[in-house]
Design a protein around this ligand. Structure first.
Ligand code: ARG
Length: 588
């Protein structure tokens, strides 16, 4: 369906034409004076220069051509040359009726669907997920869902960190602890044990222990670096250990991401890029892009126009081992080969921006992607505690994601049981659903690139701009609809009547913005725009609800129209929270 603003613009353009003005001035926008009008066109002011005429006179000419249109309830030319517009209620209602009948709720799917890869999540194996991983998962998942809603083919890849020093550290520490394991015996010819020599709990303890030691013990660190290199070279014992680490970690990661309602199409890892590294390095050398510098292989990526220094990209270390940039470049090669995406979007902490500047430049210089392939870094800010510092546990430690989720769910459970409208057996499940909305909405309602304060009290509140408030509104709508059908009413798409009052009209006009909001939020990769939209839509609905006795309405046609409008609002809200990555319960 066409966007309402475009339809209004088209109608206003007809008036421009009829009055003898260029239609390019006819652009209509949402009024920034809602007390005066719903829409406005400022084209008369812009046309002043071309027509050498006072804008108010131009506006009057145009308004004179608009008064007959059934699309408008009121049009006025206002000094110094605004055209103020109120839409006719019947027109708004007609738009609602059409929207209701549209399975995509008025959103037009992309005419030319793109293949888009989203690199998000990005956890490092063998380390527990902590709050630092939350944002990438939540934002990336939302952008993936928005893209799909718009009709694109979107492939989400978790891109596990499994090929760097942390692997060497774990191998080294394991060898210290259990030197007799066959993985360290170079003479051992296999097969290696099926069972991992550690549990996830042990693994999570081994890594920080090893990392701590490497910081104070130079020889230990050397060993870990060498082990990393040997792993990258494919030493069989280390590969067998790597496989165990992967199996144990990935099972744990999947469990955690599932709790977040985050779902990856691909569980690929840095190591998957290893087969592409030799050809990548060769290509970089052949093209004269890589050169040696103190034994290491580097690529100069700086450009004259750089305001800030862009250091060279490190392609290979002097011992020949690969680095973060190496696997990222090789992964681009792999992705182009396997999926040929039109765009790759990286949802990563904004502190990694320079790394991606280097990688993208090197990728373009080497022609790893087509000229038109998009490489986009979507850097997000830090999740802080109320003290303005990165979010920590009460005693100052790194907060595990699992614990954060649990804290929120416990808080939600308390509130829901207080509310008592939910049976106890349902309360746990409901608390999980509402808790997830608190976390995700709390995060997504902020512009991704900004730091934000994770405020448990505020995020879990049923009032204000929060996930629970949105769900509460949805549950309210669902309960009205349920009572309607219990009373014998039938929920079906039907004609929505012209609004009975101003609040109903506001609700309709807000609802009608859905297609524009969704399209724009995806174009700008800005889930926060969907959040502000559903917050406004919820407010408009609640205002309408408080002013209207829906179920006791005696005129059945009017009642059915309201019910149809409510059901439409519900569907819009459902679609929005679905792209944000959470769901609403039936009751709460
Ligand atoms: N594993 C990385 C980290 O923890 C994030 C990976 C982001 N994705 C990428 N392709 N580099 O910092």
């Amino acid at each position: 369906m066409k966007k309402l603003l475009d339809l209004i613009t088209e109608e206003v353009a007809k008036a421009f034409e009829a009055a003898g003005y260029n239609t390019s001035y006819a652009r209509v926008s949402i009024s920034n004076r809602p007390d005066l009008c719903e829409y406005q066109c400022n084209g008369a002011m812009a046309a002043k220069k071309e027509y050498k005429k006072a804008p108010i006179m131009i506006a009057q000419d145009i308004v004179a051509q608009m008064t007959d249109s059934s699309m408008f309830e009121e049009v006025a030319a206002v000094n110094p040359g605004f055209i103020n517009i109120k839409l006719s209620g019947a027109y708004a209602a007609q738009y609602m009726t059409e929207m209701e009948a549209d399975e995509n709720l008025s959103v037009e799917k992309a005419a030319e669907p793109k293949t888009i890869m989203i690199d998000y999540g990005g956890p490092n194996v063998a380390k527990p997920l902590h709050v630092g991983h939350l944002r990438s998962a939540i934002i990336g998942e939302s952008i993936k869902r928005m893209g799909r809603f718009m009709g694109h083919k979107v492939i989400g890849d978790v891109h596990l960190g499994d090929w760097g020093l942390q692997m060497g550290l774990i191998i080294t520490e394991l060898q210290e602890r259990q030197p007799s394991l066959p993985y360290f015996d170079e003479a051992f010819s296999g097969p290696y044990p099926e069972e991992a020599p550690f549990t996830i709990g042990e693994l999570e303890e081994i890594y920080p222990a090893a990392s701590g030691k490497s910081k104070v013990d130079e020889a230990y660190k050397e060993k870990a670096l060498e082990a990393t290199h040997q792993l990258q070279l494919g030493r069989p014992g280390y590969m067998a250990l790597w496989k165990h680490i992967m199996t144990v970690s990935v099972a744990d990661l999947k469990r955690n991401y599932q709790k977040l309602n985050v779902d990856f199409d691909l569980w690929k890892a840095e190591s998957d890029a290893q087969p592409y590294i030799p050809e990548l390095v060769q290509l970089m050398k052949d093209k004269g892009l890589a050169h040696e510098d103190q034994g290491a292989l580097i690529v100069d990526v700086k450009q004259e126009s750089d305001a800030k220094e862009v250091p060279p990209l490190l392609l290979l270390k002097s011992d020949g081992s690969s680095l973060y940039a190496t696997t990222d470049l090789a992964t681009i090669v792999e992705r182009m080969k396997l999926f040929n995406p039109d765009e790759i979007i990286y949802v990563v902490d904004k502190r990694q921006e320079m790394h991606f500047v280097q990688v993208f430049r090197a990728a373009r210089m080497a022609g790893l992607v087509k000229e038109e392939t998009g490489l986009r870094f979507l850097g997000f800010g830090t999740m802080n505690g109320k003290d303005g510092k990165p979010f920590k546990t009460r005693d100052g430690g790194v907060m595990r994601l699992e614990n954060l989720i649990k804290d929120i769910n416990d808080e939600m459970f308390k509130k829901i049981v207080e509310n008592r409208s939910v049976r106890d057996t349902e309360a746990t499940k409901t608390a999980e659903m509402v808790g997830l909305s608190a976390i995700k909405y709390g995060d997504l309602s902020n512009q991704a690139s900004k730091d934000y304060v994770f405020d448990v009290d505020r995020f879990t509140s049923f009032e204000g701009n929060t996930g629970p408030y949105i769900l509460y509104t949805m549950v309210r709508i669902k309960s009205i609809l349920a009572r309607y059908t219990e009373g014998g009413g039938v929920l079906e798409n039907g004609k929505i009547l012209a609004p009975a009052n101003g609040v109903e009209k506001d609700l309709m006009l807000k609802c009608a913005r859905f297609n524009a909001v969704m399209e724009n939020a995806f174009d700008e990769k800005a889930p926060h725009k969907i959040c502000s939209y559903i917050y406004e839509l919820s407010n408009d609905f609640n205002r309408f609800y408080h002013e209207t006795k829906i179920l006791s309405e005696e005129n059945e046609v009017q009642k059915a129209s309201w019910i149809a409008l409510l059901d439409l609002v519900r569907r819009v809200l459902e679609a929005c929270i679905d792209v944000l990555g959470f769901e609403a319960p039936e009751r709460m």
